[in-house]
Design a protein around this ligand. Structure first.
Ligand SMILES: NC(=O)c1ccc[n+]([C@@H]2O[C@H](COP(=O)([O-])OP(=O)(O)OC[C@H]3O[C@@H](n4cnc5c(N)ncnc54)[C@H](OP(=O)(O)O)[C@@H]3O)[C@@H](O)[C@H]2O)c1
Length: 411
């Protein structure tokens, strides 16, 4: 689990760690191969395996990171299924964020030294022992932030912050509706809302999570309940901000719930994931149900409709400076102890299937982390640890779900 605070001697340990990387980094860096999770093709969990890959080397502005922990996000399930726009060619190493130690720098990289503790966004490939990513996507981590916490930080908190403060302009006294309130982004939204006085948060989540997250959400609603009615019982006028990661029929419901001058933001399409493999029916249904919005109606009703995609902002729209400014604000909030990533559980790379299954099963409260140095439990070890080459074709069946009946390992 995440390192919860600065323990005695931790600073010294970090200095020793830094020196050890500087001196012995060469020895580790000499290794020609790394372990990485590879997605051999789009589909079910059986498309994932841990295999050996060539050691990546930094080019130009790249920072080479010895990875300690990686974030596992809902979008990784969608990538695995091929449920995204323009999916890249497989085989590929998934993963969009990690934390670790700087082990090398490209010729033109600056601002970092070998041994620095960092967290980073990566445009795929973070789920391995070593990764290279351009310096604009790398951030130093505070001394009292553990590696699992750091891997849980960038995607969830930057997304939550930019939606609340840069798109929707959250202010004192406002109200917010967020779905999947017990998940990674949901909990980041709840924590950031608590930094502004008198903000009311409505959150939908599976009911077994309610006890665990009740202090972070003002009004918890079961995910199967009629949330429009539940919100209106408390606030007949609706809410100021709707954060919709579900899509489909929820776009119309969310827009309908907005107060005048309220903002609806679509930032995900979790509803499209209805099984282990991509379902064209769920995909089509979700798109079909999306409210077709006439701007004239928005004008008449004084409503704002927006969309947000952090990965596009970073990797397609070159807004890394804007994201760095947000990260600076978030790190200040972290140092003031106003926000803190909630880590659900740690998993070895070899346990990636079980970790993903936990999200499919809606079991997570907070963020799942792949801990690169964790040894897999014996139950998992003979399942997903294989050294076959990526790209190998396997049979794929809709709903094929070999690992579903196993109890996931939870720390
Ligand atoms: N646009 C962006 O930049 C951006 C960035 C990060 C995340 N996102 C989106 O934000 C959402 C949350 O992401 P996250 O990474 O923090 O994940 P997460 O919320 O931790 O995701 C897992 C939770 O989502 C809920 N859920 C809703 N539909 C589900 C489904 N079809 N299958 C399984 N679980 C489902 C479940 O909670 P309950 O059962 O309690 O509802 C589940 O425990 C996702 O839609 C993701 O794509 C968008």
């Amino acid at each position: 689990m995440a390192n919860d605070g600065v323990e005695k001697g931790e600073e010294t340990e970090q200095m020793i760690e830094k020196e050890a990387v500087q001196e012995a980094g060469g020895a580790r860096g000499d290794a020609k191969e790394i372990r990485a999770v590879v997605l051999s093709g789009y589909g079910g969990l059986n498309k994932l395996r841990v295999t050996k890959k060539a050691m990546p080397e930094p080019q130009g502005r790249d920072i080479k990171i010895r990875v300690k922990a990686c974030g596992l996000n809902f979008i990784d399930l969608m990538v695995r299924q091929g449920n995204i726009d323009n999916p890249p060619k497989t085989p590929l190493v998934p993963g969009f964020e990690c934390s670790g130690i700087v082990e090398g720098l490209g010729d033109t990289a600056k601002g970092f030294e070998i041994g620095d503790r960092v967290m980073a966004f990566v445009n795929y490939s973070s789920w391995g022992e070593v990764v290279c990513t351009p310096m604009e996507f790398v951030y130093k981590i505070p001394d009292d932030m553990g590696y699992p916490e750091a891997a849980a930080f960038p995607m969830n908190f930057v997304t939550a912050y930019m939606m609340l403060f840069e798109v929707a302009n959250l202010r004192e006294g406002m109200s917010v509706l967020v779905h999947s309130a017990g998940g990674g982004v949901g909990q980041a939204v709840a924590q950031l809302c608590s930094t502004i006085p008198d903000v009311t948060v409505f959150g939908t989540a599976s009911s077994f999570k309610h006890e665990a997250i009740k202090d972070s959400i003002t009004h918890l609603i079961d995910r199967n309940a009629d949330y429009v009615q539940e919100v209106k019982k408390v606030s007949p006028d609706g809410v100021d901000i709707v954060l919709d990661c579900l899509c489909g029929e929820n776009t119309g419901k969310g827009l309908g719930l907005l107060k005048p001058l309220g903002t609806y933001i679509l930032y995900g399409s979790s509803n499209m994931v209805t099984g282990e493999t991509k379902s064209f029916f769920s995909f089509a249904k979700s798109w079909w149900q999306v409210e077709k919005v006439n701007p004239i109606k928005l004008y008449e009703e004084n409503k704002v409709m927006a969309g947000f995609s952090l990965l596009n902002l970073l990797f397609k729209q070159s807004r890394s400076d804007q994201v760095r400014a947000v990260m600076d604000k978030l790190l200040a909030l972290y140092s003031q102890k106003k926000i803190k990533p909630l880590v659900d559980s740690l998993w070895a790379l070899e346990e990636v299937k079980e970790a993903m299954q936990r999200i499919h099963d809606r079991g997570n409260i907070g963020k799942l982390i792949l801990d690169v140095e964790k040894t897999p439990t014996p139950l998992m070890a003979n399942d997903s640890t294989e050294t076959s080459e990526a790209g190998e074709e396997e049979e794929e069946h809709e709903g094929d779900n070999g690992s579903k009946e196993r109890t996931p390992f939870i720390q």
